[in-house]
Design a protein around this ligand. Sequence first.
Ligand SMILES: Cc1cc2nc3c(=O)[nH]c(=O)nc-3n(C[C@H](O)[C@H](O)[C@H](O)COP(=O)(O)OP(=O)(O)OC[C@H]3O[C@@H](n4cnc5c(N)ncnc54)[C@H](O)[C@@H]3O)c2cc1C
Ligand SMILES: NC(=O)c1ccc[n+]([C@@H]2O[C@H](COP(=O)([O-])OP(=O)(O)OC[C@H]3O[C@@H](n4cnc5c(N)ncnc54)[C@H](O)[C@@H]3O)[C@@H](O)[C@H]2O)c1
Length: 460
Amino acid sequence: MSASASGEALQFDLIVLGGGSGGLAAAFRAAEHGQRVALLEPGALGGTCVNVGCVPKKAMWMAAELGARIAQAGQLGFDVPGAGRVAFDWSRFITDRQRYIHGIHDSYRTRLDRDGIVVLPVRGRLAGPHQVECEDGTRLGAPHIVLATGSSPQRPPVTGAGLGAVSDDFFAWSSAPHRVAIIGGGYIAIEFAGVLQALGSQVDMYIRDQRLLRQADVELVEQLQENYTQQGIHLHFGYDLEAVRRAGAGLQLQAIDGSTRGGYDEVMFATGRRPNTGGIGLESVGITPDAAGNIPVDAWQATPSPGLYAVGDICGCGPALTPVAIAAARRLCDRLFGGRPDARLDAGNVPSVVFAHPPLATVGLTELEARARYGDDVHICRSRFRPMREALAGSPQRSLFKLVCMGAERRVVGIHLLGDAADEILQGFAVALKLGATLDDFHDTIAIHPTSAEEIVLMR
Ligand SMILES: Cc1cc2nc3c(=O)[nH]c(=O)nc-3n(C[C@H](O)[C@H](O)[C@H](O)COP(=O)(O)OP(=O)(O)OC[C@H]3O[C@@H](n4cnc5c(N)ncnc54)[C@H](O)[C@@H]3O)c2cc1C
Ligand SMILES: NC(=O)c1ccc[n+]([C@@H]2O[C@H](COP(=O)([O-])OP(=O)(O)OC[C@H]3O[C@@H](n4cnc5c(N)ncnc54)[C@H](O)[C@@H]3O)[C@@H](O)[C@H]2O)c1
């Protein structure tokens, strides 16, 4: 610290702005390669994913799944009290959830100490090429700087938007709202709608488009919409919101056509996220974000400013997912410090899961994308079925699995699964797709019976 007190910048090999998925991965990998690393994180270690994203979301999803299973057990011979709806102690569950998250913080802290990474719990900004200034005035210098400041939820520009909550707020709730309106039809809207409905809320989804998940396979989305409707979620498509207002004890939505719908305890905006580029000194290195707010980077995560890189949600290279941020950061550090000059992110065929009920898992091209690319050379296999548990319980909920194949050899270029355990099933099949497996390879693989997954190798 003496260098800074004397006005000189403290020198490192790498400075990382942001201790979320991408930033931590960069710091750890650079330290593994023997670099002296400074990591700036003003908030909780782990960023969005650990604190207000994947991890608490998955915990809530698990609680919701469990609640639905308990309710279903009544149809399967179990004597479940309360007509299947057993009480859920939201606050108690949150205490357990947060204890789990604090465990993750502790393990990061231990590893950062062990690896000799200097953690500064402050916001940082670029102060010119190779220079960072911390909000407490400390100045740092390094030949390499990684920007990993992530993204934040954005509210739409409607009157009264401040009355609505965003995903960060959801994780601070201590109970399920009685009635909730969710605006948006993407990942977060679908996941939160499913969780809240299963945990006792009455959920209305208001979607600007005519369908959920614009980019996903049409048939799977239609099946998900049918399943959600059966679960009691109300879907309102083609809805253009103009304003949110207080009306009586609740909140009211007003559409552009003047119609109103009210009585909501909460209105939740799940209308996308925007990269955190404000106040990080981009102007000092002559960088301007693009129209979507992303920092421009090339295929090697390099910005136009020498020695300055960006990974994760802030640069929009690949889908905004934790494993994508981590992969980009690790490859960048392997390239810079690990003697792997060719290491870089391959953002093609990234598998992902929307944690709906049931989950929707997807890798590769949708049918529409494949037809646009390969025309008539596309071959589709699909299997729509009622999984054993739903059938036993007399539930109408269905699964839909779909393979998109291409060319005479019918190479599998897309796998789309809506069904129980699709989140766990897809990972291995994503490897097969990446290795160029054909439909014959799938058919040559003996099925595991009786499972849902066997449908994937039996589909004709
Ligand atoms: C509700 C929700 C659920 C999600 N679920 C999933 C999921 O199931 N699976 C999945 O793969 N992805 C999921 N995501 C997406 C995933 O969380 C992000 O893609 C991922 O966290 C991006 O990592 P990042 O490193 O780019 O940014 P972040 O993890 O957001 O980290 C950025 C960090 O930078 C810090 N920071 C900001 N400004 C500064 C500054 N000036 N100086 C220093 N530090 C700064 C912030 O405090 C933050 O900790 C979810 C996201 C949300 C919101
Ligand atoms: N399971 C996961 O992996 C997971 C879960 C949550 C989030 N994420 C990541 O976080 C990102 C952000 O999630 P998200 O759900 O906020 O964004 P999203 O891009 O998935 O969905 C945004 C939705 O809001 C709608 N919208 C946008 N502006 C609107 C407006 N003005 N009025 C009404 N509707 C509007 C869009 O049409 C879309 O339906 C995702 O794209 C994904 O990359 C991943």
